[in-house]
Design a protein around this ligand. Structure first.
Ligand SMILES: Nc1nc2c(c(=O)[nH]1)N[C@H]1C(S)=C(S)[C@@H](COP(=O)(O)O)O[C@H]1N2
Ligand SMILES: [Mo]
Length: 367
């Protein structure tokens, strides 16, 4: 008899030519909401506007009985209550989080999964205990190689039953500003964002920031869990591919003017328009943002604003003398490492790291 879990769970696949988004994808998309793009006007995203991605169910965690265990290849395993964690010296770090699947629905052919357009991003001020401090307290054993993080949520994915798990190398885990966060924007984590504690790994795509954290296990081997095999850039199904890690540079425009209800096409009146948006990269600081009003034919440099912190997006703006007609406004970011936002979507089977700007169609009315 075929394994019942493989029977209920679809393998990863790419949509056929012209295949519409399915009811399954719609259900995922309505549970996992994007940040409304007008929220690109804030340095720090208000909590309810931050994007949300939950693979399985949001677990109901009882904060009095919850414990965080730090164990495995350590000399002094820790068992911490929420009160213990809250009593430890903490740090607040503004971090831009983006789902690795952001932009997936704009790929051709379309990888079948959570069908993000471009809004799977947000910036929050995360407060918590530096993970390095917890690992020092637990006293790593010689030869410790990786640290495995386990969430309290449980599900089936591609036929594999699992707790949500991700790992970091000891070097990445000890990096400054990697936090076990207990607050988001100055308040306890809301249930959907990982209550009571989550990992925050500044600069990395969302999958690394394990929510509902319950266990931190230090291991002597390379961890090869499901969520590591899944998050790889592959052109072909069977190939090994390249791990998805840090966030590729991207700028997005806060849509100017006002929207049409169904198409969301932007409408504005001729004259001076302040175009603004936010730009980020997990590899290094964004040093330049270009804007094109003519769908990528010609580009102008925007002015950059100072962002809320080194791991967070920064604002940019440009004055546009808008003339009547139809326009497509595009932006592209460059970071200090020389990485640049591409003009066309890159493609891979998982639908990851599509950092191209889909562009904003605008109709300018005569004043
Ligand atoms: N335990 C657990 N952690 C998780 C996930 C999850 O499903 N379970 N989803 C990950 C993914 S894919 C993303 S993009 C981010 C989303 O974080 P947010 O919902 O706080 O924006 O959480 C990550 N951490
Ligand atoms: Mo994600």
């Amino acid at each position: 008899m075929p394994d019942p879990l493989s029977r209920i769970s679809e393998p990863g696949r790419v949509a056929d030519a012209g295949e519409a988004i399915s009811a399954d994808e719609l259900l995922l998309a309505s549970r996992n909401h994007a940040m409304p793009l007008e929220a690109l006007r804030y340095d720090v995203t208000p909590v309810g506007l931050h994007y949300l991605l939950v693979h399985y169910d949001i677990p109901l965690v009882d904060e009095t009985s919850w414990r965080l265990r730090v164990g495995g290849a350590v000399r002094d395993p820790l068992v911490l209550s929420l009160e213990d964690l809250r009593a430890m010296p903490s740090r607040t770090v503004p971090v831009t989080l983006e789902c690795a699947g952001n932009g997936r629905a704009a790929m051709t052919p379309r990888p079948v999964s959570q069908p993000w357009l471009s809004g799977a991003v947000g910036t929050a001020e995360w407060t918590g205990v530096p993970l390095a401090q917890l690992l020092r307290d637990a006293d790593l054993a010689p030869g410790a190689l990786e640290v495995v993080f386990t969430g309290s949520d449980h599900g089936v994915e591609r036929g594999v039953e699992q707790d949500y798990q991700r790992a970091l190398t000891v070097a990445d885990a000890m990096a400054d500003d990697v936090l076990v966060a207990v607050e988001m924007n100055g308040a306890p984590l809301p249930p959907q964002h990982g209550f009571p504690a989550r990992l925050v790994v500044p600069g990395w795509y969302g999958m690394a920031h394990v929510k509902w954290l319950k266990d931190v296990t230090v291991v002597h081997r390379r961890f090869e869990g499901f969520q590591h095999a899944a998050y790889r850039l592959r052109q072909e199904a069977g190939e090994r591919g390249v791990a998805v890690t840090r966030i590729e540079p991207r700028a997005l425009l806060a849509p100017p003017g006002f929207p049409d209800f169904m198409t969301r096409r932007r409408v504005l009146r001729a004259g001076e328009v302040l175009l603004e948006g936010r730009a980020w990269s997990g590899w290094g600081e964004v040093v330049r943002v270009e804007v094109s009003m003519d769908d990528g034919l010609t580009w102008q440099d925007a002015s950059l604003r100072r962002g809320p912190g080194r791991w967070a997006w920064r604002g940019f703006d440009l004055l546009w003398q808008a003339c009547p007609g139809d326009w497509t406004v595009r932006v592209r970011a460059h970071d200090e490492t020389g990485r640049r936002q591409p003009d066309a979507p890159p493609w891979n089977r998982g639908g990851f790291a599509n950092n191209a700007d889909p562009g904003v169609p605008v109709t300018v009315l005569a004043d």
